[in-house]
Design a protein around this ligand. Structure first.
Ligand code: C5P
Length: 308
């Protein structure tokens, strides 16, 4: 009985090891040259046949995740159902481990997981390109959560090219108290730019991928990657959340070989040369009182996949 079963999909968080932001486009988005990197912090989304589309969320930050039709995972289920002329009659349970509104694409990850899970449950048989197309309609970061690994993201982040990576990298993430709104961080970036040369597409050089960063990834060279980390949204995130400067300094002082705000923040990411240094950096961050929690992980890891 295929319609009696549940499907569980595990999906990773991301950090942007490069986030080069172009000028504000006419549609309000910003052209990007970003390098997405999937890390081993996961949410799990379980879909079960139900009378109607419903959502429950478990995990430390569950109270901050909408448990109704506004949840991006619910929108994903509804979008796939509509495409196939089905009713989105599923219950979605989200086991949340990725920081909420943290710049690690947790909501996008849940949407990607819901697409994969519903596709498996309903037997809709969407090819990868079809899922990617639906994902891009849901949000700029959703296609990457399907793909995982490391990929260059262009356009508004949805146009992906997988990149070669020569090894595993050790990461520490400092989870902040509370989230940041992605539109607010982009708006602050625009505001800062408008004080100088301007914030439009004609005012900001077109974003490009940094060859040194791509070589560091290809060679598995952590020191070179640490030196090449770059996030154009970081000044805006720091302006909105000045306390993040102390978090970044703490990880650097403890031996991280690179650090940056993850995406639009406020999670901060630290690259360590090995597992032992990652532990030292994590301990220093935990002891410092400059963050709410600390996670150690490795990457890259694969994208959304059925696990049960
Ligand atoms: O695509 P998504 O819905 O995740 O984007 C959320 C918001 O982030 C957008 O409404 C926009 O304000 C901002 N954004 C942007 N440029 C991008 C991606 C996102 O300005 N490339």
């Amino acid at each position: 009985m295929p319609f009696e079963r549940s499907v569980t999909v595990r999906v990773p968080a991301k950090v942007n090891v490069q986030l080069a932001v172009g000028g504000r486009r006419a549609d309000g988005y910003h052209g990007l040259a970003t390098v997405f990197f999937a890390v081993g912090l996961y949410d799990e989304v379980t879909v079960t046949p139900a009378e109607a589309l419903t959502v429950t969320v478990a995990g430390t930050d569950a109270a901050h995740v909408p448990a109704d039709g506004s949840n991006l995972a619910a929108k994903a289920a509804a979008l796939l159902a509509a495409r196939h002329g089905l009713a989105p009659a599923v219950h979605l349970h989200i086991a949340k481990n990725i920081p909420v509104a943290g710049g690690m694409a947790g909501g996008s990850a849940d949407a990607a997981a819901a697409l994969v899970a519903c596709d498996a449950l309903w037997g809709t048989g969407e090819p990868p390109a079809g899922l990617a197309h639906l994902a891009a309609q849901l949000g700029s970061d959703v296609p990457f959560a399907l793909l995982g690994g490391v990929a260059l993201g262009e356009g508004r982040g949805e146009l992906l090219t997988p990149l070669p990576v020569g090894g595993a990298f050790h990461w520490v993430f400092a989870v902040a108290d509370g989230g940041l709104s992605t539109p607010a961080v982009y708006a602050e970036c625009d505001r800062q730019r408008a004080l100088g040369a301007g914030s439009g597409e004609a005012d900001v050089p077109p974003p490009t991928a940094d060859p040194a960063l791509l070589a560091a990834l290809r060679d598995g060279d952590a020191a070179a990657l640490g030196a090449a980390l770059r996030n154009d949204l970081q000044p805006a995130a720091l302006a909105l959340r000045p306390a993040l400067a102390a978090t970044l300094a703490t990880g650097g002082d403890a031996g991280a070989i690179g650090s940056l705000v993850s995406g639009s923040g406020p999670t901060c990411a630290f690259l360590a040369k090995d597992a032992e240094t990652a532990r030292t950096v994590a301990d220093a961050l935990a002891a410092s009182g400059t963050c709410r929690g600390v996670r150690i992980t490795e990457g890259p890891v694969p994208g959304a996949a059925v696990v049960g």
